[in-house]
Write a protein that binds this ligand. Structure first.
Ligand code: C2E
Ligand code: CA
Ligand code: CA
Ligand code: CA
Length: 274
């Protein structure tokens, strides 16, 4: 602000200053969120299209702050990534998700999202192993969801880490498939266990011709590579019928259930209601 001169400083101060301050306050509040136990996990079921039963649940983090109310992940995950707080937050998510999954039937897997920033943490593999050990779950029930950006930067290093994670016995899923630049290419560099097609391709079903053609191709690809195929964002019966007809293995979306607190998801699973 000094070098920019007085005029520029004045222009900068009122709006940008306030925004920066809000951002700083958000960082501070997020820094305290873990200690203050303000983070919660919600779980959204994934349904097997063959058996119609719950095959797994995805853990989705929420931040319940006394002043801000319920903060959606899209509003704080980027700040957690920017500050590095995603590392302790991500470790907590892993521990908590595995702990809660231990109470579910062994046929129900637990999916946890991993940020690319977590791959810069030297202790990532240890943290995953520790979460599995502490909960006592079969490692094969844990599915780590990553986006292709993990392979985009420092790809060799991250590829090795993915292999180490896989050696723990966990499954690796490519999330938001189709939204990046090279989703297909990355299927060649790492043997993913699961493809989760982004909900952008589900939104305009059953009428969307382009989406349908792409989904057809992905289902075929999954089958020939032996990769489980999942769709997210299924909201209508028409969308479900379409992905079912294309031979997808699994679906997730508001049609089945929204993300729910652990207490509610446990009841739904036990009652066989979803
Ligand atoms: P995602 O991994 O793609 O998760 C799916 C998102 O779609 C969730 O939003 C979920 O609530 C939402 N969703 C599920 N079914 C439907 C549907 O039928 N229609 C629509 N319109 N949306 C649906 P959510 O919970 O707000 O999470 C947003 C993103 O935040 C996640 O996207 C993920 O990238 C990130 N995130 C959430 N929890 C974590 C976490 O623990 N760690 C990390 N690194 N990222 C997380
Ligand atoms: Ca996900
Ligand atoms: Ca996704
Ligand atoms: Ca997404």
């Amino acid at each position: 602000a000094k070098a920019a001169g007085r005029g520029t400083y004045r222009q900068f101060e009122p709006e940008m200053g306030a925004q920066l301050q809000a951002h700083q306050q958000m960082k501070l509040a997020l820094r305290r969120a873990l200690d203050r136990r303000e983070l919660e996990l919600y779980y959204q079921p994934l349904v097997s299209l063959r058996s119609k039963k719950v095959s797994g649940c995805e853990a989705l983090v929420r931040w319940r702050n006394p002043e801000r109310g319920m903060v959606a992940p899209e509003n704080f995950i980027p700040i957690a990534e920017e500050t590095g707080l995603i590392v302790p937050i991500g470790e907590w998510v892993l521990k908590e998700a595995c702990r809660e999954a231990a109470a579910w039937p062994a046929s129900v897997s637990i999916a946890v999202n991993l940020s690319p920033i977590q791959f810069r943490d030297k202790k990532l593999v240890k943290a995953v192993a520790a979460a599995i050990a502490a909960s006592g779950i079969d490692p094969a029930r844990l599915q780590l969801e990553i986006t292709e950006s993990v392979l985009l930067d420092e790809s060799d290093h991250n590829l090795e880490l993915l292999q180490e994670l896989r050696n723990l016995g966990v499954k690796i899923a490519m999330d938001d498939f189709g939204t990046g630049y090279s989703s297909l290419g990355y299927l060649r560099s790492f043997p993913f266990d699961k493809i989760k097609v982004d909900r952008a391709f589900i939104r305009d079903l059953p009428s969307g011709k382009e989406s349908l053609a792409i989904l057809k191709a992905v289902a075929g690809l999954g089958h020939s590579l032996g990769i489980t195929t999942t769709v997210e964002g299924v909201e209508t019966e028409g969308q479900l019928e379409t992905v079912n007809a294309e031979g997808f293995d699994e679906a997730q979306g508001y049609l089945f259930a929204q993300p729910l607190p652990a207490s509610e998801i446990t009841i739904l699973i036990a009652a066989g209601l979803i």
